[in-house]
Design a protein around this ligand. Structure first.
Ligand code: PMP
Ligand code: GLN
Length: 420
């Protein structure tokens, strides 16, 4: 498995600034020193510019429940507009603890073991910054969500990966590669299940293999479980429910996905008090706190198990709709067991259109079909074996209204048919 250490000194001899290491780790730094925006920002801008249907960036086109909006409005009216406590408002920390007990049987102390964050993104970045340093290795799956790589770059640690490999049972973890990638420098395993971009929900056996590696190397597990409720028949198993794992695991989630308020950026993490203290120490100098009136609204929402259940059921049928459309258009899909996303192998479509790979297809898709998608290589290290294996894969989101997905399917079905 190849390791990607933070880039060394540049020609000026003073090394890279943190922003350059961050951009480089996320694959956004060009050889000439220019920096790109994230693939999500680039593709969303392309969708706006061309009027194409945006199946790129994963955000719902329908807001979450009205009563949650009303709760936030009432919190504003009631004057909850000054700084919330740095840890998060007590009712939200309590709601997180109750949620973890109710769903997974986990005992979490809301006062010492929960930290409310500015989305899952801040929880992830603060965890990596707090607990790793140059020389440490952080292991992720590959492909990986982009901010995982960026956070590792920011901390100066070395990013190592274990691939998820597509097959008849979906993208599955290469457990041998996972074991081979773990060295005595392994400090953290940064996990994500249900997984963006593949839609994989890791099985108990896969999670046990990860847990065994973590225990053997005395590594911390940081687990990104933002899609915990968005599964389609597969069981989501939190890492911290596995034997001996609660004491070394930080679990991250967010209200954005569960309640369809991605713009509110209310997230949280929980874990053993010493790890939470370490992350809080960094987090309090990133944002200190955010979203004062949104936090009590999400505390109310977290007591509601019906909304996420209904969302998962409706997403399952929207997944089926989009997968059928993609297959009709000539894509080979790997059916996702969770998340907002499906990965599709575009090899046949590329051959038909005479295009090179998924990147070229995504750049041309708005003009060719009026649809925007994300190339899978954006979730891989440049030139890695996984990037090569997934060069023809493209990620589509199905967290859009059915009529939008139907329209997209019709447009994609015309791919390769000459425009009149
Ligand atoms: N982790 C994963 C796997 C994601 O897909 C996303 C974005 N949707 C996030 C974290 C970021 O979550 P948030 O918007 O709460 O920061
Ligand atoms: N998580 C969203 C996705 O994967 C993107 C969020 C963002 O733009 N950073 O599409």
């Amino acid at each position: 498995m190849d390791a990607h250490p933070s880039p060394g000194p540049d020609s000026s001899g003073r090394g890279q600034d943190r922003w350059q290491a961050t951009a480089s780790a996320a694959g956004l730094l060009a050889d000439d020193g220019s920096v790109a925006v994230t693939i999500f920002a680039e593709m969303s801008a392309l969708a706006v510019r061309t009027g194409a249907i945006n199946l790129g960036q994963g955000f719902p086109d329908v807001d979450g429940p009205e009563y949650v909006k009303q709760a936030a409005i009432q919190a504003i009216e009631a004057g909850r507009n000054q700084y919330a406590p740095g840890d998060g408002v007590p009712e939200l920390r309590q709601a997180v603890a109750d949620h973890q007990k109710r769903h997974y049987g986990l005992d979490v102390d809301p006062d010492t073991e929960v930290l409310v964050t500015t989305g899952a993104t801040e929880a992830l970045t603060a965890s990596v910054l707090a607990l790793t340093r140059p020389g440490d290795e952080v292991l992720t799956l590959e492909p990986f969500y982009d901010s995982h790589a960026a956070a590792i770059g920011m901390s100066g640690a070395t990013h190592v990966t274990a691939p998820l490999v597509p097959g008849p049972d979906g993208f599955r973890l290469d457990v041998e590669a996972l074991r081979a990638a773990a060295t005595d420098r392994l400090r953290m395993i940064l996990l994500n299940s249900p997984h963006n971009p593949t839609g994989t929900v890791l099985t108990r056996d896969e999670l046990e293999a990860v847990a065994a590696v973590a225990r053997e190397h005395d590594a911390i597990v940081v687990t990104d479980e933002v899609y915990e409720h968005l599964t389609f028949g597969a069981e989501h198993i939190p890492v911290s429910t596995l034997p001996g794992m609660a004491e070394r695991t930080l679990t991250i989630s967010s209200s954005g996905k569960t309640f369809s308020f991605t713009g509110w950026k209310v997230g949280w993490l929980h874990g053993p008090a010493d790890l939470v203290t370490a992350v809080r120490t960094v987090k309090q100098y990133l944002t200190y706190t955010s979203g004062a009136p949104f936090q009590p609204a999400i505390a109310q929402a977290l007591a509601d198990d019906d909304t996420p259940r209904d969302l998962a059921a409706s997403l399952a049928s929207r997944r089926d709709l989009l997968c059928a459309g993609l297959e009709t258009a000539g894509f080979e899909v790997t059916r996702p067991a969770g998340t907002y996303f499906v990965m599709a192998d575009a090899s046949a479509v590329l051959a038909r259109l005479g295009l090179r790979d998924g990147v070229e297809l995504c750049r041309r898709l708005p003009e060719l079909a009026g649809v925007v998608a994300i190339p899978a290589s954006a979730f891989c290290r440049a030139g890695s074996p996984t990037a090569q294996a997934l060069a023809n894969h493209v990620r589509f989101t199905f967290v859009k209204r059915e009529e939008v997905l139907r329209d997209a399917a019709t447009r994609l079905a015309g791919l390769g048919v000459p425009l009149s």
